[in-house]
Design a protein around this ligand. Sequence first.
Ligand code: PMT
Length: 401
Amino acid sequence: MERLKGKHILLGVTGGIAAYKSAELVRQLRQADTEVRVVLTRAAAQFVTPLTFQALSGYPVPTDLFDPGAESAMGHIELARWADAILIAPATAHTIARLTHGLADDLLATICLASSAPLALAPAMNQQMWFNQATRANIHQLKERGVHLFGPAEGDQACGENGPGRMLEPEQLLQQLVALFTPPFLAGVQVMVTAGPTLEDIDPVRYLGNRSSGKMGYAVAAAAQQAGAEVVLISGVSSQPRPERVKCINVRSAVEMHETVMQRVHQCDIFIAAAAVADYRPQQQSKQKIKKDYSHLKLELVRNPDILADVCALADGPFCVGFAAETERVVEHAQAKRVAKGADMIAANRVGLPGSGFEGDENALEIFWPGGGTTLPLNSKPEIARQLVELIGQHYKQTGK
Ligand code: PMT
């Protein structure tokens, strides 16, 4: 979260049930060493108290444009000037309409009008309200004016309906804020990322799998998108939320992932293989569930295609980055793997220990390219992904592929 360090974020909270999630967002922003001031609308104060946000942000929380105390200390103009970015989360349909029309009828709307900082909205509303033509037109106008939209996500809603209108989760909002402060150094670049595990079916109920959660690959896809790239994510089975503005294609087996990658890879400039691809699959898949009639059962395995090696071997292929998951002699094995597969760069992580590599929220990488390398020490996967993508961007531009 280096990019958020020291930044001044003004968080506007408006009156929706998702307001409770904004408290967690403030906590995460503070953890990222961000200065946060929170402004609540009157309706928001029906859902959450100013005191909650005061305790979390460390600053008093104004709710009223005509609060003499707040006006004398840091009035709306000072707050408008102070902010590096304004995020309204949740942003209700009502607030979106007020902002579209440039109203200045409360403190938050007045700050937005008086500020030249980038403005981002995290909409949260019932799906019919989201689809309503009035909301559609308001959103269209705001986007035309350069207002950033974070979400909304689709899914179950507090009102019992299902559809678009859920506020993004705090971690996703944090990532979107990082993107706001990331220069688009990969603008115009097409990136393909593989992520997650491949599952190799044995019969209709059993498969061979591995411990990959998809977190690392999804974070890499999000970081590339935040750097301005157009990203296609080819994902094995994973419960991670799809990164915003990333095209995601779901696959199951290594063969399926190989086919999907090879069909589309010609359109991409950078290929990043973060998936944990099974090296072997059962030679035969039983159509029926295998019965436990035997005391021993032999499973014959055959080699899967090597996706990374096949992409690296393409004439006029993309800039190729592999990962190496190693349990021992990490540096030696990773360097040998880079050469054997023909990759331009390889990012090695130690796996098999708790706390990094598979499944966890953090990772550390040893990165190698021809004639050089660097270490990215233990950090959150989104932060490691951001650093890795920055490095990839530099090397991609140097090689001129
Ligand atoms: O998903 P997480 O829980 O967040 O965990 C992240 C991770 C540990 C899975 C990730 O950081 C990682 O290391 N991914 C690569 C895992 C792996 O398969 O490593 P490998 O050393 O076996 O393979 C080397 C490279 O070849 C990898 O880029 C892999 O995607 C690729 N490969 C491997 C086999 C194969 N048949 N086709 C391939 O493309």
